[in-house]
Design a protein around this ligand. Structure first.
Ligand code: BGC
Length: 783
């Protein structure tokens, strides 16, 4: 496990000062670089030792049959798995005939630093070989945010104390051997040697490999070019073979002299383009990268990040660790989506193969809200990807006997990849999440072209799904029966409140959009009659409530179930999903992750403050947080209910999920939704940011700081404006940094913001409420 001292606490860097081979796989995830298209895990330059080698290209996957002991109608037949593509980051080193391998010899020092402003991973180390030769190695690595096909490494070796003969082998390697899977269902099903070579090329300082996946038939091309700088007698030679292309550089270094290799790597893939076309594509990308050169790429990277931080930075005063963690979170979420361009944003981004590289509802409900206010272009791209998969979703709906589109629970290319229907197909709420992301994006950007071309159809097809999935009973009430909400410890339940409220918003948003775009709607076959039926369903939506307890039901009848035996559950029996049958979890009151509590955030206008407080107090002792998606939602609602210490403890949990490896599976990749949740906990929790559906204000704030923080400031983009919100003690300052006047709400008061005049408002005092309890052994740390 990563210890709390694994990384030093600094505002803009994540620094590891020693190399701990036991947590190599975890640090490879933490130090992963990506632009959403290419992802390189933080593997050591030499390739070995490694925890999990990983180079990914968004969308490149292999398919495999999904085995069922007892098959049934409509079960997906094939699954998709992300694959480790050709590794372009390897630079092996030989020092006086001995491989530079940190498992041997003496490691004098080893430091790695993720620099979140420059967007690079830097490494410096000094090593003495078993035979006594000492070298210093420095490397800097980036995955370009400005040239999406490109990644690059600058690798430098210096002889120390005495002359050394050094050989650097810069390689492209395909079909790397991967460690055995560990049996955790959340890890990837690793596919052995998924690539078949079609072409290998090496000439001068250029290398190229083209492969094809065996079953999915995707062509993957990776090429590299080099700039070598060394003393006079430096020689180089290149060659290519099966699954490898290599440039070998040899030099004899006097003490204090260095050999430097700058390696530019380009990537491309396609399901349709020919071999020569793919070879040309990666060569052209290399030409573009070489044109800028290493220094040019570095400068552009820094500029891209400066722009991002100006829109996105969150300042936390009073807790340096959370300051670092929120920037780490923002950095990785941005990396995951920045250049994904009409591909999915997977649950792990491109940082590991966990969950087989699948994208879930995590994208729309956790990741896109952050990007909507910090990098909105990435949101439009992510939703265009969903739009591109509409045919598969319509086919799936038809197969299930439903109307509209049924988007998959988990997928890479758009078809359903879940082999477990109770928590896959039945989790229809993913559709409402997509609709919600469309509405939120359009509200926040005013991008009407997107709404007309992409948003409308997504809203219409998802509304059709809800209308066909639910039914009016004989009193007229609309029910959606037999579905699974966010809490995966309940399944196939009737009238899940989160699902119903989200479906309601989806139906109303679709009806409004049809009114706004009657011509386009007509082309989709949607008319007034159909949208009237959506409005009827929305208005009659059944939301189960227990009058006696005065709380909303997570789903119909939930509060009647037997409570889970929390007292009899031992700490090591969490997560429950690895130790108890689903059958038993499903029939008890036990909540894996925020469900009704999430509804109170995502459908905030439906609940008043009293209901929020009562519901939270009821669900809190039932919620075990066996999903990393939970703590951030609980943080938001705990803050709204006035439990600021508790909210802070949950914020901390979400923030440190990966930096402290709290769920012991950071090795498989980062928890991108929980990272995004850190932002959500701070901005929607302590900043109290909500959308305002009616009235002149676009968003409202109800800021309130926990004792631990002196100050919290965040930046948001909204309707062409840039806004800074700074909460300090009981004062909040709203500064419009750019754009025309903006109307917001502060604790219910309407405030008009103009660029030349920051508005300062006081935070009203809090009504204290008794703090709710958590299940035994599930109290968040720091409480
Ligand atoms: C959660 C899901 C989530 C998935 C991927 C599961 O443990 O229960 O809600 O979508 O992980 O992050």
């Amino acid at each position: 496990m990563i210890t709390e001292r694994a990384y030093t606490v600094e505002p803009w860097h994540v620094r590891e000062t020693t190399l701990d081979l036991d947590v190599l796989a975890q640090s490879e995830s933490v130090f992963a670089l990506s632009n959403g298209h290419v992802g390189w895990r933080g593997n050591l330059d030499e390739g070995e030792p490694h925890g999990l080698p990983g180079s990914y290209l968004n969308g490149v996957h292999e398919v495999h049959p999904l085995p069922y002991a007892e098959a049934g109608y409509g079960y997906p037949e094939s699954g998709q798995s992300v694959i480790d593509i050709t590794n372009g980051k390897i630079l092996r080193l030989l020092v006086d005939d001995e491989p530079f391998d940190l498992r041997y010899g003496r490691l004098v020092s080893h430091e790695r630093v993720l620099d979140m402003r420059r967007g690079v991973l830097e490494r410096t180390c000094e090593w003495t070989s078993p035979a006594g030769s000492t070298v210093r190695v420095r490397s800097t690595r980036l995955v370009s945010l400005t040239q999406r096909a490109v990644a690059a490494v600058a690798y430098e070796v210096e002889a120390v104390g005495r002359p050394s003969r050094v050989v650097i082998q810069s390689e492209l390697v395909a079909n790397e051997s991967l460690p055995e899977p560990n049996g955790d269902p959340r890890a990837a099903m690793s596919l052995r040697s998924p690539l078949e070579q079609e072409d290998g090329f090496a000439s001068g300082e250029r290398l190229r490999l083209v492969h094809r996946t065996k079953r999915s038939g995707l062509r993957v091309a990776v090429a590299a070019d080099h700039v070598v700088t060394g003393p006079g007698r430096t020689t180089s030679r290149s060659e290519s073979g099966i699954d490898v292309a290599r440039l070998t550089v040899t030099s004899v270094l006097e003490p204090g002299h260095t050999l430097r290799v700058e390696k530019l790597v380009s990537h491309g893939w396609s399901g349709t383009r020919s071999l020569p076309a793919m070879a040309d594509q990666v060569d052209a990308a290399l030409a573009a990268a070489s044109h800028d050169g290493w220094e040019g790429l570095l400068a552009a990277q820094r500029e891209a990040l400066a722009d991002f931080w100006a829109r996105a930075d969150v300042e936390v005063h009073g807790d340096e660790e959370i300051q670092q963690a929120v920037r780490f979170a923002l950095f990785h979420v941005f990396q995951a989506g920045a250049r994904a361009e009409q591909r999915a944003i997977p649950a792990k981004g491109l940082t590991g193969s966990g969950y087989d590289g699948h994208a879930f509802w995590d994208t729309e409900m956790f990741v896109l809200p952050l990007l909507t206010h910090t990098a909105p272009r990435a949101v439009a791209e992510a939703l265009r990807w969903r739009h591109n998969t509409l045919d598969a979703a319509r086919e799936r709906a038809a197969q299930l006997g439903l109307g509209g589109a049924a988007f998959p629970w988990r997928t890479i290319e758009g078809s359903e990849g879940s082999a477990y229907w109770p928590a896959g197909t039945a989790a229809f709420h993913v559709n409402a999440g997509i609709a919600d992301a469309v509405v939120r994006y359009v509200e926040a950007t005013g991008d009407l072209r997107f709404e007309r071309e992409v948003g409308l159809e997504l809203l219409v097809e998802t509304a059709r799904l809800w209308r066909s999935l639910g039914h009016h009973d004989h009193h007229g009430a609309f029910h959606i029966d037999g579905v699974t909400g966010p809490d995966e410890y309940s399944a196939v339940a009737d009238d899940n409140t989160y699902t119903n409220l989200m479906a309601r918003q989806n139906l109303l948003a679709a009806a409004d959009a049809v009114e706004r775009y009657p011509d386009e709607a007509q082309r989709l076959g949607a008319d007034e009659e159909e949208s009237a039926a959506w409005r009827d369903a929305a208005e009659a939506m059944n939301i189960p409530y227990n009058d006696e307890l005065g709380v909303h039901e997570q789903s119909a009848g939930f509060t009647r179930y037997q409570r889970w035996d929390f007292a009899g559950t031992r700490p090591e029996q969490y997560p429950l999903l690895l130790n108890f049958p689903y059958f038993d979890l499903y029939r008890k009151q036990v909540v894996k992750q925020a469900d009704l509590v999430l509804a109170m955030y995502s459908c905030a206008s439906y609940f008043d403050d009293e209901q929020v407080a009562r519901n939270f107090a009821y669900y809190e002792p039932l919620t075990v947080r066996d999903s990393s998606l939970s703590a951030c939602c609980q943080a938001v609602i705990a803050a709204q209910a006035g439990h600021l210490r508790l909210a802070y403890a949950y914020t901390t949990e979400a923030a440190l999920m990966d930096l402290h490896d709290l769920e012991h599976n950071t090795r498989d990749g980062l928890h991108i939704a929980s990272l995004a949740g850190t932002w959500m906990a701070l901005v929607a929790g302590f900043g109290g940011m909500r959308r305002v559906l009616d009235g002149p204000a676009g968003m409202s704030f109800a800021p309130r700081l926990p004792e631990r923080l002196r100050k919290l400031a965040f930046h948001l983009q909204f309707r062409g404006r840039r806004l800074r919100v700074e909460i300090s003690g009981d004062k909040t300052t709203y500064t419009l940094l750019e754009g025309p006047p903006l109307i917001i709400e502060h604790h219910g008061e309407t405030v008009t913001l103009e660029t030349d005049e920051p508005a300062v408002r006081t935070v009203p005092p809090l009504t204290p409420r008794p703090a709710p309890e958590q299940p035994p052994h599930r109290v968040p740390k720091g409480l």
